[in-house]
Design a protein around this ligand. Structure first.
Ligand code: FMN
Length: 204
């Protein structure tokens, strides 16, 4: 059986961040495009987060291939200060469907950071618990750079996360709401039928 590994590392972008209309920094877009082509070729998967000038990337796949890629990453001048936060053998992939999922800053991340007293995405100050929470969040949100079918949220975390920590939907499903609407429509139809019947009877 192939030995699989996951590494999570962080780094600082060396390029200035603009605020492009579509929300994806052009340099990050190019990195994603190369990553997706190369990773597909090498059977690697993962996720890349970019916010406040920092990268947070998870790479998974065959140990030797992940290690080779990491050596390449160390030499890439588009980022610096690479720091490995986690490196561990895994049995299954957390991002099996993603050659490289991309997640930009969004309100969920902002909320999580606020809850932990952060004003910015500063992964160099994250503790182990927050790294896990960030990973959960990133697994659960869709990728805006991929059309809806592929850009769906990843399936619930299968390997990394402790049971009970999986991200919860923002609001519970509204099956209750649609049942109430059906009931209201039925009652209105009944009232209209009774009124019509009374009108007909009153003319007889
Ligand atoms: C933050 C960051 C993440 C990257 N992630 C990947 C990746 O997942 N896979 C990949 O092949 N290259 C990735 N790259 C690009 C590599 O450093 C390198 O430029 C690329 O692999 C070279 O590919 P090429 O030989 O096809 O030109 C990343 C670069 C940066 C700055």
């Amino acid at each position: 059986m192939t030995d699989l590994i996951r590494i999570v590392y962080i780094s600082r972008a060396t390029f200035a961040t603009s605020n492009p209309a579509d929300g994806v920094e052009p340099t990050v877009s190019r990195i994603l495009s190369t990553s997706r082509t190369n990773n597909r070729k090498h059977g690697l998967v993962g996720m890349l987060y970019y916010g406040d000038g920092c990268f947070f990337q998870c790479l998974e796949g065959e140990t030797s291939k992940v290690q080779t890629l990491y050596k390449t990453l160390l030499k890439d001048s588009r980022h610096k200060d690479l720091k490995i936060l986690a490196s561990e053998p895994i049995k299954r992939l957390s991002f099996p469907d993603w050659s490289m999922k991309y997640v930009p800053v969004d309100q969920h991340m902002r909320k999580l950071l606020e809850e932990h007293g952060f004003e910015q995405f500063d992964p160099y100050r994250f503790d182990h618990h927050l790294v896990e929470r960030v990973m959960q969040l990133l697994q659960g949100v869709p990728d805006p750079t991929i059309p809806p079918v592929e850009g769906r949220a990843s399936p619930p975390a299968r390997t990394l996360l402790a049971p009970g920590l999986a991200a919860q939907p923002d609001s519970p499903p509204s099956a209750n709401g649609s049942a109430k609407l059906s009931l209201a429509i039925s009652i209105a139809a009944l009232v209209i039928s009774v009124i019509t019947l009374l009108l007909v009877l009153s003319r007889l």
